[in-house]
Design a protein around this ligand. Sequence first.
Ligand code: PGA
Length: 247
Amino acid sequence: MLWVGTSWKMNGTIDFAREYAWRLMAADASQWEGIQAFIIPPATALDAVRGVLGDNGPILLGAQNAHWEDSGAWTGEVSVPQVADAGAQMVEVGHSERRQHFGDSDEVVNLKVRAIIGHGLRPVLCIGEPAEVFEAGRSIEYITAQADSALQGVDPSSVILAYEPIWAIGEHGREPRRSDLVRAFAALGERYSSDVTAVVYGGSVNAGNAADLLTIPGVEGLFVGRAAWRVPGYLEILRIASRSLRA
Ligand code: PGA
């Protein structure tokens, strides 16, 4: 099975999210046979999207962030039990935007991973190196250190580990060379794939490169941003992923 999901970052109203979920549920799921789909809308839309997807539906629902404490004096934060209450079954953690702009250090990421697993939710744990680390040829030691730190003291079996080179993400991101991804996924596969649920790739994934990415040994799914923020774009990538299983 491949895992193919999308996080919408800070985009979309509740109406938009509900409509997106409706259109996904209305689509013929046989198009993405063999794929575990998951969507990660903003926290404000979780409950509405859960209302459409249902609690045990074929598409999993995730939150983009959650605090490590269950409750307390943490103004502006939401906890794992709170996002679970709103319908989240997964929680994204360690995304480079969180690490860069909100101080989510390796230690904080580990605290969050512990809380997510402790409450029975599934972490989508993002790791990825900055451009200068990549250029210095130290990507693998950097991302394995991130993953080791994030997974310290937990049973990693429910983790979706997403490798997202920072320089490959977003509007100004550039697609990694295949040879670099082959090397990175060989290292990640050897170290983590028997322990975690799946190791996936993220960063400028689109309908044009998805099939190629899925032929890289060790790539067990895709984590998509911009290209899946509209339903047809996401459905296209789901179909490509499903076809790659039969290729
Ligand atoms: P992108 O985002 O697909 O828009 O590059 C990926 C991500 O941030 O996970």
